[in-house]
Ligand binder design. Structure first.
Ligand SMILES: CC(=O)N[C@@H](CCC[C@H](N)C(=O)O)C(=O)O
Length: 376
């Protein structure tokens, strides 16, 4: 089994070479190389696109338990100043997937040396940040052949100290939908606005108006978020822009609220086209299912509460999204947060700097929990 230092080396190597969704080629090669160094007697290893599945055969199996990690980085320029910072300009592991992969490898290295009683399936899943690897992976014959009876995963929590795990039964993460809105009008000279059709102004109205959907269309006792993370428009201060392209994401606690927000984004887009006499195209990107923890989470919560190695806290619902929700829609299981103590720089922040002390904490806690679940 890996030492703390070996796991730190693995994490730093992965951190230095983040790759975007379905481009995790070097990541996959590195993980396969690490797995190939482990005793292989009871392991079966297969690749699926840029992901990997490792089936660990139990010696008296009555069930298969799945453990999933995501693999991709984000299009963010790293600003941590760390010695092992990203070597790829404009890409960063800013959501902790480098830690998630290291923890999965750490647990796997233990079970490669210590055959478990039950079967285990280690799921190295690409493209969590987008376009979404969970849904097609779940449908793949390879996954179905080893389909686990239940499965779980973790996500780093920058706002919690190392040694803390938090989760809850029921809804943990929100429903999400990415959208792109393209507005097209007529460009022209800045001095003659009446002869043009300014898409900077149209896009500004669109962005402002959709905020009223959350304030005025959603039941205040329900919840929704609309964030526009990107706007591209124009070329120069004295040229009226003929195009504006916006990208955003919707988060809701309920499927009903998601349908309602999507309907109003479409309607507001059509209204902008009408009032600004321009064209509008609303495009939908990946849409993730909520992360719903089944009652399988209760054994993890009571095990963690009783554990001397971690402090357990009840989690609140979060508006983050996770395509692990697709697995949990079909297979019972749960997700939990792992404290990594980076309160000043959260998820998707160029300064995110998780404490690596969380890696051995997670590896040992999960091994202890799995052994307990397998009756060991
Ligand atoms: C945990 C986390 O940060 N997850 C991402 C998931 C991406 C969802 C999707 N690409 C979207 O933006 O709708 C998150 O942004 O919550």
């Amino acid at each position: 089994m890996y030492t703390r230092e070996e796991m730190s080396d693995i994490r730093r190597f992965l951190h230095a070479q983040p790759e975007l969704g379905f481009e995790e080629y070097k990541t996959q090669r590195f993980l396969l190389a690490k797995i190939s160094e482990m005793p292989a007697d009871h392991l079966k290893v297969e690749t699926w696109r840029t992901g990997i599945l490792v089936f660990v055969a139990g010696d008296a199996a009555t069930q298969t338990i799945g453990y999933r990690t995501d693999m991709d980085g984000l299009p963010i320029k790293e600003e941590t100043g760390l010695s092992f910072a990203s070597q790829y300009d404009g890409k960063m592991h800013a959501c902790g997937h480098d830690l998630h992969m290291t923890i999965a490898l750490g647990i796997l290295s233990y079970y490669a040396e210590n055959q478990p009683k039950d079967n285990l399936l280690f799921v190295f899943q690409p493209a969590e940040e987008g376009p979404g690897g969970a849904e097609p992976m779940l449908e793949a014959d390879l996954f179905q052949q080893w389909r686990p009876d239940w499965m779980f995963a973790l996500h780093i929590a920058p706002n919690e100290p190392v040694g803390t795990v938090t989760t809850r039964q029921g809804l943990l993460f929100a429903n999400t939908a990415e959208f792109m809105v393209h507005l097209g009008g007529r460009g022209g000279h800045a001095a003659y606005p009446h002869l043009a059709n300014d898409m900077v102004v149209a896009a500004s109205h669109f962005v402002t108006q959709i905020q009223s959907v959350v304030a005025r269309r959603i039941d205040p006792l329900d919840s929704a978020v609309i964030t526009i993370g990107k706007i591209e428009s124009g070329t120069k201060e004295n040229i009226i822009a003929e195009r504006a392209d916006t990208e955003g994401t919707i988060r809701t606690l309920s499927a009903e609220a998601m349908n309602l927000v999507q309907e109003h984004v479409r309607k507001i887009g059509a209204g902008i086209a009408e009032s600004f006499d321009c064209t509008v195209e609303v495009e939908w990107g990946s849409q993730y299912k909520q992360v719903w923890n089944s009652d399988k989470v209760s054994s993890f919560m009571s095990f963690s509460e009783a554990s001397h190695d971690v402090t357990f806290k009840q989690a609140d619902m979060a508006m983050t999204g996770e395509d692990f929700g697709f697995f949990l829609e079909k297979i019972p299981g749960f997700m939990f947060w792992l404290g990594v103590d980076s309160p000043a720089y959260g998820l998707h922040d160029p300064g995110l700097n998780p404490d690596e002390g969380a890696i051995p904490v997670a590896v040992h806690h999960i091994i202890n929990y799995l052994n307990d679940e397998m009756g060991g």
